[in-house]
Design a binder for this molecule. Structure first.
Ligand SMILES: Nc1ncnc2c1ncn2[C@@H]1O[C@H](COP(=O)(O)OP(=O)(O)O)[C@@H](O)[C@H]1O
Ligand SMILES: [Mg+2]
Length: 250
């Protein structure tokens, strides 16, 4: 048996982009334990989304392997315990919030009273009960993100993979998402989320890994890393500065 929620071993992904080879992941080793909130930090283009795509079975690794709760990600069963919030949550603007969750629940085979109960519960928990019957087109950015989170939770997953869940949100929205993540941890869920907003990672993550150019530069307990530098931001900038002396991102 294993208490690891995610395990990546020597994970490599190569993309071909207009004839050019891009190594999005260059041999990533990473383990996320069941029940922890894990922050996956790195600048744009570092490989965060690619790693998540591998976990979801959308991208085939060119070398190495990945498991979710001990199951190889190439097996369908590995995906059944995952809830996923995409970087750009493609919502359906013509649906109401309730219809969105209803549709998502049906995809997971929920029907009748069980479906209604799940949908009502999520609308309540994510503060969308009052807006449930409004079209998503009228939602604010924060509400959209909460609807996306509700959708990711509809199958009651054990592992939440959230790709930049606070991207583009105002401070109030970010506080809300932090609260939701804290609530998920209390319920014993594992949360693996990416961000480049360090201040909040510092507040919510048990452990983190820092990725740049497809490789893990550093990782460990958030508290220990923060203690090493004045803040996570300082530590991050020092690391990345050492990684790219030219200072030019990509
Ligand atoms: N489908 C794709 N085809 C070609 N290159 C890609 C593709 N997806 C991502 N990449 C490249 O892989 C690298 C990692 O991208 P990504 O995983 O999206 O980074 P992040 O999520 O950390 O911003 C980038 O150089 C990006 O341009
Ligand atoms: Mg990304």
């Amino acid at each position: 048996m294993t208490d690891s929620a995610i395990k990546m071993s020597g994970l490599r992904v190569r993309f071909r982009d207009r004839g050019r080879e891009v190594e999005a992941l260059a041999g990533v080793d990473l383990e996320v334990r069941a029940g922890e909130v894990f922050g996956f930090i790195g600048p744009n283009g570092a490989g965060k989304t690619t790693a998540m795509m591998v976990l979801l079975g959308f991208v085939e690794p060119s070398a190495g392997s990945a498991t979710v709760f001990g199951e190889d990600v190439r097996r369908r069963i590995a995906r059944e315990r995952i809830g996923y919030l995409a970087e750009r949550a493609e919502a359906y603007p013509f649906l109401t919030g309730r219809e969105l969750l209803d549709t998502a629940g049906r995809l997971f085979g929920l029907r009748g009273a069980a479906l209604r109960e799940r949908v009502d519960g999520l609308l309540e928990r994510l503060g969308l009960a009052g807006a449930a019957d409004r079209r998503i087109a009228t939602y604010s950015r924060g509400m959209l993100q909460r609807a996306g989170l509700a959708q990711a939770l509809v199958n009651d997953p054990d592992l939440l993979i959230l790709d930049e869940p606070t991207g583009g949100m105002d401070p109030l929205g970010r506080v809300e998402v932090r609260g939701i993540i804290a609530d998920l941890r209390r319920r014993g869920k594992t949360v693996f989320f990416s961000s480049h907003e360090l201040s909040e990672i510092e507040l919510v993550c048990d452990r983190i890994a820092i990725i740049s150019r497809g490789a893990i530069l550093s990782g460990g307990e958030t508290r220990a890393l923060v203690a090493r530098a004045a803040s996570l931001e300082k530590y991050f900038l020092e690391l990345l500065g050492a990684d790219s002396p030219g200072g030019g991102g990509r």
